[in-house]
Design a protein around this ligand. Structure first.
Ligand code: GDP
Length: 437
């Protein structure tokens, strides 16, 4: 899948990922290569241009962490932008039951095959799918769906004598629901090209059936043309998702990469072969990492970013040990903790504090504490003794808390400081033991 794009992307990034210092030149050079890799994968030129622009903006002034190179950081930025381009989150499917899914698309896009593939996928999720053959023009299409339904042992509704497609759809839905199906997939007629008649038919069907999902099946080999087809269908039927087929072929990736940003419709599934199980839920993050072929660098940067404030944490721990700690430090500690998600890593740096877990309730309390600290002036945080009754009232109202909360915080702080003083200069582990800890 996307071999040549992956190849070119890896080449574009091979040089930059190692550089220790980003200059305008080396960044520009890498981004030029990225842009041309995207263009040669048939990504729409506007999409490619905006992509590179966003990466450039985010790369200037990146905060660099000790354990990774700026080049690695850029790889991560490109990865994140790719994920964004591919649609960010994995799109969910409606949880309504019965769930009605209208399948639309051109001839040969893989619509009928995808209908049967989806049915299998739904069954794996514990649902009971049924199929309705809504192509009134090509009897062969009905035969094809029938064969697939038989193979997969799915109930199917057909009516070869009925030429009114809406009647077939309605009757099919009723019949299959009465048989216990909780997901009805309507396979509609296609055309070789988008034409008014086809668009009219699917938009009528959409109106009359009011399906929860309308999936366009699009052949990724068509590249930008697949994007144009999707736009037209989207205008007529308000698509809820796209099934991009034939990604196992020599598709260059352009359709997958431009689809979401040019149509606004998320890719929900991809077809990766002719076999009935060759369908995958589309995960933008996994796809981005496949395309870049740099999963290792991306996870390295992610890990480094998790511990980005290690230096700050160490500085704080030192202050704590020296009992040189004011409310400003408390505030900055709070922010650290918020960034890191848990108090754990700071705690662990304090001897004897290992293994203390901080839960949700504590995190909520921390939010309140932060609000109180932020409502103080810098002088107050620096010299907590300044905070008299009037100031406490002001701080409480400023932070949307009560004076008793402010009092409690100050009391807690006082106790902390007292404890720090006691600890100062002593072997903390011995002290903890003495205190029965
Ligand atoms: P329809 O006219 O849109 O209903 O298209 P079909 O479902 O009949 O598919 C057209 C052809 O594409 C068939 O030969 C399918 O086996 C093939 N096809 C469909 N999806 C895929 C896919 O994801 N990968 C590959 N390689 N072939 C596919």
């Amino acid at each position: 899948m996307f071999e040549s794009l992956t190849d070119r992307m890896s080449k574009a990034l091979r040089n930059i990922r190692g550089v220790g210092k980003l200059t305008e030149e080396n960044t520009a050079e890498a981004l030029k290569e990225v842009r041309s890799a995207l263009l040669s994968a048939d990504v729409h030129f506007k999409v490619a241009r905006e992509f590179v622009e966003r990466v450039r903006e985010k790369s200037t002034g990146v905060e660099v962490t000790k354990s990774i190179t700026p080049g690695q950081q850029i790889v991560k930025i490109i990865n994140d932008e790719l994920v964004e381009l591919l649609g960010n989150d994995t799109s969910e499917i409606s949880t309504a039951r019965p769930l009605r899914v209208l399948m639309v698309g051109l001839h040969g896009s893989g619509k009928t095959t995808s209908t049967a593939k989806l049915a299998r996928l739904f069954r794996k999720r514990g649902m009971k799918p049924g199929l309705v053959a809504c192509d009134v023009y090509r009897p062969a299409a009905i035969d094809q769906l029938e064969t697939l339904a038989k193979e997969g042992d799915f109930p199917i509704y057909t009516d070869r004598d009925q030429k009114k497609v809406i009647k077939i759809a309605k009757a099919g839905e009723k019949e299959l629901i009465s048989q216990g199906c909780d997901v009805i997939i309507f396979d509609t007629a296609g055309r070789l090209q988008v034409d008014n008649e086809l668009i009219q038919e699917v938009s009528d069907l959409k109106q009359k059936i009011q399906p929860e999902e309308v999936f366009l099946v699009a052949d990724s080999a068509l590249g930008q043309e697949a994007v144009n087809v999707s736009k037209t269908f989207h205008e007529a039927t308000n698509l809820t998702g796209i099934i991009l087929t034939k990604l196992d072929g020599d598709a260059r990736g352009g359709a997958a990469l431009s689809m979401k940003s040019l149509t606004g419709v998320p890719i929900k599934f991809v077809g990766t072969g002719e076999k009935m199980d060759a369908i995958e839920v589309f995960h933008p993050d996994r796809m981005a990492s496949r395309i870049l072929g740099m999963g290792d660098v991306v996870s390295l940067v992610e890990r480094a970013q998790e511990t980005v404030d290690q230096d700050e944490a160490e500085r704080m721990a030192k202050k704590l040990r020296k009992a040189d700690f004011n409310l400003d430090d408390m505030l900055s500690q709070m922010r650290q903790v918020k960034k890191m998600g848990s108090l754990g890593s700071i705690m662990k740096m304090l001897p004897g504090m290992n293994g203390i877990e901080i839960g949700d309730e504590e995190n909520k309390k921390m939010g309140r504490t932060e609000a109180i600290l932020l409502s103080m002036t810098p002088e107050e945080r620096n010299s907590p003794n300044l905070i008299n009754g009037r100031r406490r009232m002001r701080i409480a109202s400023g932070s949307g808390t009560h004076v008793r909360d402010v009092n409690q915080l100050l009391k807690q702080f006082g106790q902390m400081r007292k404890m720090m003083r006691k600890l100062k200069g002593k072997n903390p582990e011995k002290l903890m033991k003495k205190m029965g800890g």
